[in-house]
Design a binder for this molecule. Structure first.
Ligand SMILES: [Ca+2]
Ligand SMILES: [Ca+2]
Ligand SMILES: [Ca+2]
Length: 228
């Protein structure tokens, strides 16, 4: 008798379990699906994934400061878009850079499905006080020593004036290194004159467009207005 009752109880538990399990599954997976869509709703969300909004990088649980601001603008567990200018303009983690600056969309204009803005190696976490990425090297045009936007006679003259008459220094010393040998001397002014008037070689990269030399250790370029 007792044995039958136990069997009956086990049977009932099994039936109940089979009936309830799918609902439990739907409840949890539905909830997780809703959450897992969130990183795709912010620009460059794939870089820090769930750690943008949650202290635990696998998601769930305590929220970061950015996660708290997101919670204030999202609708429950929905996957509706929520990234917009107001959220981008906040500095949720108080590290001095707005959420939009950290995610490389300062104005909050990015929309789901668009290409990710900027260089993802420069993305930081809007929910963590972190260091800003190193400044980008200043772009310049080699040979344009007076940063006028063109390489012409005035550049050779400008370089000579700086070297021999103590006149104004180039704001971007690297641009005045016309022959790209890592030194700034009379040969750079001569190089410009030969290039302009005697069929000499053109300056090495970056030339004629703006850019960097690719040698960050050697580059000495504070400011170059023409590449603004
Ligand atoms: Ca910030
Ligand atoms: Ca941050
Ligand atoms: Ca040189």
């Amino acid at each position: 008798m007792l044995e039958r009752t136990e069997q009956g109880f086990r049977g009932a538990s099994l039936v109940l379990g089979m009936a309830v399990a799918p609902w439990v599954f739907v409840f949890f997976t539905g909830s997780l699906d809703a959450r897992s869509c969130r990183p795709n709703l912010i620009p460059n969300g794939g870089v820090n994934r769930c750690a943008n909004c949650h202290v635990n990088p696998r998601g769930g649980g305590r929220r970061t400061s950015f996660g708290q601001d997101v919670r204030d603008v999202v609708n429950g567990s929905s996957c509706a878009e929520f990234w917009e200018a107001e959220l981008a303009a906040l500095d949720s983690d108080g590290d001095g850079r707005t959420n939009g600056e950290e995610l490389l969309d300062p104005l909050g204009r990015w929309e789901r499905g668009e290409p990710q803005p900027g260089d993802d190696s420069r993305v930081t976490n809007p929910g963590v006080e972190d260091d800003p990425p190193p400044p980008l090297p200043t772009e310049f045009v080699r040979g344009d020593s007076n940063s006028s936007g063109a390489v012409d006679l005035s550049d050779g003259v400008f370089t000579l004036g700086f070297l021999f008459r103590s006149e104004r220094a180039p704001s971007c010393l690297e641009s005045a290194d016309a022959n790209g040998d890592g030194a700034l001397d009379i040969s750079d002014a001569v190089f410009i004159f030969l290039y302009l008037f005697a069929g000499g070689n053109e300056p090495a990269a970056p030339f004629p467009g703006c850019g960097n030399s690719g040698n960050a250790d050697r580059e000495d370029c504070e400011e170059f207005g023409a590449c603004g």
